[in-house]
Design a protein around this ligand. Structure first.
Ligand code: CTP
Length: 215
């Protein structure tokens, strides 16, 4: 398969020295890219700012903001069979970026006005065709219900849900505990290395791909 994988956080600039971002390290997405290349797939990564070494045999497109990630996804989408959106895309971005460093002066309070970013999966949903779309849902509560809502609303084939507050799951660590959900089933995986989680996800994507190819 030709796989497109997005990873990492995005950064939304506030002024020339500051940004809004989140705790995504990119480890889950890079594990997916490494495992996919080892399984013989052709992989393109669209990566937000992360401090990880590029896996062998993987092409990387680097982006910073959610808007840049959307542009890169649209550009690369035509060439892929499956898209895995592992990136933690910012939902909000400053309504205006200050051209000069913001000075604190004597202020006791600062209000930042934010505007929503484009939802990448929703924006590209009309271009899906026979491509397989996989999303991630990192939640702190109502994990399965929230993931199922996103599966439907974003027109996905699979969604990988995880409770980022659970022991051994979440940000900056080597392990994860996820549930793989599609329209028919909910598969809870045990605590595993991110590489092992990646292998499970890829096996599911490959099954979907084979099933689609036989139709
Ligand atoms: N996503 C996206 N574009 C965005 C935000 C998220 O494509 N602007 C993708 C993520 O890459 C992920 C999926 O949508 O695969 C779910 O992201 P998540 O942040 O969990 O959900 P949100 O859509 O932000 O919903 P909520 O704020 O209700 O959690």
């Amino acid at each position: 398969m030709k796989l497109l994988i997005t990873v990492g956080p995005t950064r939304e600039p506030i002024d020339p020295v500051r940004f809004l971002s989140n705790r995504s390290s990119g480890k889950m997405g890079f594990a997916l890219a490494e495992a996919a290349a080892a399984r013989g797939h052709r992989v393109t990564l669209i990566s937000g700012p992360v401090a990880l070494q590029t896996p062998k045999a993987v092409r990387v497109v680097r982006v910073v903001t959610a808007a840049e990630m959307l542009t890169a996804v649209k550009l690369q989408l035509k060439k892929c069979d499956a898209l895995i959106m592992a990136a933690a895309v910012a939902d909000w971005t400053p309504a205006r970026i200050a051209k000069r460093k913001m000075k604190k002066g004597g202020a006791q309070r600062l209000t930042l006005v934010l505007k929503p970013t484009a939802d990448i999966l929703k924006t590209i949903a009309p271009l899906k065709g026979k491509k397989i779309f996989v999303g991630f849902a990192a939640e702190t509560h109502n994990v399965t219900a929230e993931a199922k809502r996103k599966l439907r609303e974003k027109n996905l084939d699979l969604i990988i849900a995880n409770d980022v507050t659970a022991p051994g799951a979440g940000f900056e660590i080597e392990t994860n505990r996820v549930t793989i959900i599609d329209a028919w089933s909910t598969e809870e995986l045990p605590l595993l290395s991110k590489r092992a989680v990646a292998e499970h996800i890829l096996a599911r994507v490959e099954n979907r791909w084979r099933a689609g190819a036989n139709q």
